[in-house]
Structure formats: C-alpha cells, structure tokens
Ligand binder design. Structure first.
Ligand SMILES: Nc1ncnc2c1ncn2[C@@H]1O[C@H](COP(=O)(O)OP(=O)(O)O)[C@@H](O)[C@H]1O
Ligand SMILES: N[C@@H](CC(=O)OP(=O)(O)O)C(=O)O
Length: 522
C-alpha cells in the first residue's frame, strides 16, 4: 500500500503499520488487488494493522526477473489524452495492452485532465483580481469523470477541492499570487488526475494501481517556482523510492510536472513538464522505452495549428527534438530529452487517439544523409532583439565578456546571437518591460555600449542537417524573398541541427507557411 502515509512496500511484501482505520481500509483494497495478482493476504488487524501480500510459492528466478526489468516502460499521458472519462477508459486500454506486451506493469505518468492547468491559473487570477473564488470547471470535470467511472468523488477528489477552495480564498484575501502560490495551485490538476485514474484501475479493472505524488518518489528541485530545475540527487532518490514503495507488483500512477524544493514547497518543472517527469523516471529506472502519448501521430513537420499540410516525422535524434522544443515547438518539453539522451533511453511520441500509428521514435543518432535535409520547422513569438554596439574603440578588449557578465548577473537567458568585434545582436524570449527587467538591462549595458531594443519579433527555426546548410539557406532565402518577408537576423548557431531567422512577428506565420511549402510540400 505504497504512497500513503504510514505504509511501505518491500519487494513482494506490502506492509502497513501504525495506521488509521481509513488507511487500513485503503490497504485492504490494495491487498485484495494484490491477491488477485497472485499474492496472498496473510494477516489483518484493526487499528494497528499488518497486511502482508506474499507471492505464492517460489521467488522469481533471477534471469527471468532481469528480463522483465529490461522490458519495463514508462507511459506518459498528456492532458489531451485525459480530457474526460471516455479518454480515461481509452488510456486504460493502452495501459493494459502495454502490460500484455511487456508482461509487467509500466510506470504511468499523468498530466492534469484536459485544460485543467490553464483553468487553475485562471481561477488564481480571478481570485486575485476580482475577489471571486470559482473552481467550477475543474470541479465539474473531476466530478463527471468520477460519476461516469462509478467512483466515490467524496473520498477521491473532495478533500483536494476543498483545499483548493481554501487556497483561492487565501489568494483573494492576501491579494498575492506569487510563483510559489501558482505552483501550489496548479499541482491540484495532476494530483486529482492520478487519484481518479488509480482508483478506476483498482476498482473497475482489479489492477494493483497506486497513485503517487512525484515528490513522494524523489522529485526534488531548486526553488525557481513555475520553472524549477531538478536537483542531481533526484536520480538516486527515485531509484530508492521505486525500490521501497513500488517494486514489481504495483502499477504506479505518478503525477507529472510537480516536485518539491528543499523547503518542502511544491514546485513545477515548467509548462509541459510531465514529459520531463517521464524521461527522468525512465532514466533513473533504466527502462526500455519512454512513451509520450499525445493527440497527434508523433512529431510533425511543424505546428499543425499553423500549417495545414503537415507531415509526420518518423525518426529524430534527441538533439533535434531538443532544438525543436527549445525553439517553440509545443509538442515536447525543452529539457525532457536530457535524461533520455544521457542514459540512451529511446523515447516514442504516440497518439492516444490513433494508437496503431507507430509515432515518432527519438534516439541518439540517425543517418542524416538518408532522410530529407529538413526535419521540422518551429516558431517562437514574443521575441525581443537587443542590438548592443560597443562605445569603445574597435577591437576593445573584453567587450563580449562585459556584455555577458551583465546577462549573467541579471539571470537573463539569451536564445540567438550574431556578433562582430564591436557589436552584438541577441534575442530574449520574453517581451521585456512589464517587470522592469529591460530597464535594468539597458542601464547596465549602457555602461559599455549603445543599446537598442526591438520588440514584437519572432524566431523561425529550421531543424536541419547542417552539412546541407548552403542548400537549406539558399532555398529558405529564396522562398522568403518571393513572399516579400524581411529576414532581420540569421544564426546557424553552434548547434549542428538548427538554422534560425528573425522576422517581424506580424510576418511569422506567413514565413512559416512559405518555408513549409518549400521544404515539405514541393
Ligand atoms: N512540431 C509539432 N509536432 C507535433 N505537435 C505539435 C508540433 N508543434 C506544436 N504541436 C502541438 O502540440 C500538441 C501536443 O502537445 P501537448 O498539447 O503538450 O500534448 P499533451 O498535453 O497531450 O502532452 C499537438 O496537439 C500540436 O497541436
Ligand atoms: N499540466 C501541465 C503539465 C503538462 O505536462 O501538461 P501536458 O502533458 O498536458 O502538456 C501543463 O499543462 O503544463
């Protein structure tokens, strides 16, 4: 009965000790599920209760066990795959199919249901700005799912919803919605979806499913709320937690996106961060594959909401996928590929609405000469270009160093850079001004340079086979020239996978369509 207070699971034995009657009841449910999955309940008592679920007969032979471990996969389902009860049933089928294939339980990572994260953030703003506490959309979605699946919503989601109400009341009266509060607020989305899904799998499917909040499985981050970074200790903590709390006989349903910092406050890994939760678990457990289930047939040549005739990309490398995500493709979290690349864990992006499609495989290397020179196009809006020209004489010593010292001190990250000896143009991905950051930046940079900010720009990135860059550049420039699009900056970057352009934001969609036509439709 892992994941609940006062419980622990070790290998084949599930033990619940010094527990409340309520936890004991929950333990019994798991123990019964364990019995159905070839385990036996050996003893129960009422208030201080011990449940042991011990496998009948001999232990699993080592080789067979190793083989099983090798087949374990992580399945991550995003919000679009979890919109309602009907989708949860579909996801159930996919989990069961995976269990049949690999003959063991996958680790399931879930995002919040549908647009719950956006709704929670909107509820926070409403409490702050209008003094209205309203979580009706989130509550309705959770209730409808519970009702449709025949689950007890009073036990399952009401405690969380009532905490959520309290939190929004706090925001209303204190008139504060800090990044830390936002993280606490959005965490309810993932925390509810895992509880509903695990209960459904337990009660309706007789599977030994247990929900876990990722911070109880070792997810630790820094305190950079809303975009926190995982601490290096997380890897070992996850291994230890899975061994202690999950083992082989539990179907773990884990929250994506959320973690805790060293102050024990909830943090989040940035929007779309459940992908990173999945690859981090995959890397820590050394699984055979991390499956990321979405509502599209894998990675596409560009954002299908912007271009009609997109094509599916069957195979990309971790580097290519990272570049795409970093430069705006919403399909994957920008950091999600790092753990998978480091530990060579293949990732597959699949469509929960079309599960027979093979999806996109993401691997360490591929033969770039075999495929088209351009893999995909991505678009990042709201970009500010900073032109910095040295006020010192030509060749002035340390100009670049002084400029980047300012960025480092203000903790502002930079995407694209083009430089000469006395001038630098670079891009910031936040339209600055609202938080005063540009004011400070301008002030600091003015000490060494003349500075100009140009807002409302966009970056279009071509993820490409850079040895073919001359061909790609010539064709890209030709297409943009024909469409009368001004290119304001170009960078082929240190990365071997990316050529990026700056255009005016108002031109960017047209530019994207022209490039897509050139590289994918002709
Ligand atoms: N290059 C791309 N390839 C595939 N999908 C993309 C791409 N660019 C943007 N998208 C969008 O990303 C969506 C999937 O990502 P996301 O909404 O985060 O899924 P989920 O919530 O299921 O994790 C797709 O529905 C698609 O509209
Ligand atoms: N629910 C979070 C985390 C996440 O990863 O979501 P999704 O998998 O639906 O992109 C978000 O909306 O950002």
């Amino acid at each position: 009965m892992a994941g609940q207070q006062g419980t622990r699971a070790v290998g084949w034995v599930v033990a619940v000790h010094e527990t409340t009657p309520r936890t004991a009841r929950r333990a019994l449910v798991v123990a019964r599920a364990a019995r159905r999955s070839r385990c036996g309940v050996t003893s129960t008592r009422r208030s201080v209760m011990m449940v042991q679920a011990v496998e009948h007969g001999a232990t699993t032979p080592v080789d067979e066990k190793k083989e099983k471990e090798l087949k374990r996969v992580v399945c991550k389902f995003g919000g679009s795959s979890l919109a309602n009860a009907e989708r949860l049933r579909e996801v159930t089928k996919l989990i069961k199919l995976q269990m049949e294939k690999s003959e063991q339980y996958p680790v399931v990572v879930l995002s919040a249901m549908g647009p719950s994260t956006n709704e929670l953030l909107a509820a926070g703003e409403k409490a702050l700005l209008e003094g209205i506490v309203d979580i009706s959309t989130v509550r309705t979605r959770a209730y409808e799912a519970c009702d449709s699946l025949g689950l007890n919503k009073e036990d399952l989601v009401d405690p969380l919803l009532s905490n959520l109400d309290q939190l929004l009341l706090g925001i209303k009266f204190i008139k504060e919605l800090s990044p830390r509060t936002k993280d606490q607020l959005v965490s309810y989305g993932e925390r509810m979806s895992v509880r509903i899904m695990a209960a459904h799998l337990r009660i309706n499917e007789a599977l030994p499913a247990v929900h876990f909040d990722a911070y109880d499985l070792g997810f630790r981050t820094d305190s950079n709320y809303t975009n926190a970074e995982l601490l290096s200790c997380t890897h070992g903590l996850i291994q230890d937690a899975f061994q202690r709390l999950v083992g082989e006989n539990t179907l773990a349903i884990v929250t994506g996106f959320i973690a805790k910092d060293e102050k024990n406050c909830v943090t989040t890994l940035g929007r779309g961060g459940s992908d990173l939760t999945a690859t981090t678990i995959g890397a820590a457990l050394g699984v055979t594959e991390v499956q990321v289930w979405k509502d599209v047939d894998g990675i596409l040549s560009t954002d299908p909401r912007l271009v009609k005739d997109v094509v599916q990309v069957p195979l990309v490398t971790f580097d290519e996928a990272s570049e795409m995500a970093y430069f705006g493709a919403k399909v994957l979290h920008p950091v999600a590929m790092q753990p998978a690349r480091k530990y060579s864990i293949p990732v597959r992006v699949k469509n929960s609405y079309n599960p027979n499609h093979p999806g996109t495989r993401i691997v360490n290397t591929r033969d770039v000469n075999k495929d088209k020179p351009v893999t995909s196009l991505s678009l990042k809006r709201g970009v500010t270009v900073v032109d910095i020209v040295s006020t010192r004489m030509l060749g002035a010593y340390g100009f670049l160093a002084e400029v980047f010292k300012v960025f480092a001190q203000l903790q502002i990250s930079v995407d694209m850079i083009a430089s000469s000896e006395v001038s630098i143009s670079l891009t910031l991905d936040k339209a600055c001004g609202s938080d005063g950051t540009c004011g400070t930046l301008e002030q600091e940079l003015s000490e060494v340079a003349n500075v100009q900010f140009e807002r409302n720009k966009a970056i279009i990135s071509i993820v490409t086979n850079v040895p073919r860059s001359s061909w790609v550049l010539a064709n890209a420039m030709g297409a943009l020239e024909e469409g009368a699009i001004d290119v304001e900056m170009i960078s082929q970057g240190a990365s071997k996978y990316n050529i990026s352009f700056i255009t005016k934001e108002k031109d960017c969609e047209k530019a994207l369509r022209l490039l897509h036509q050139k590289f994918f439709e002709e």
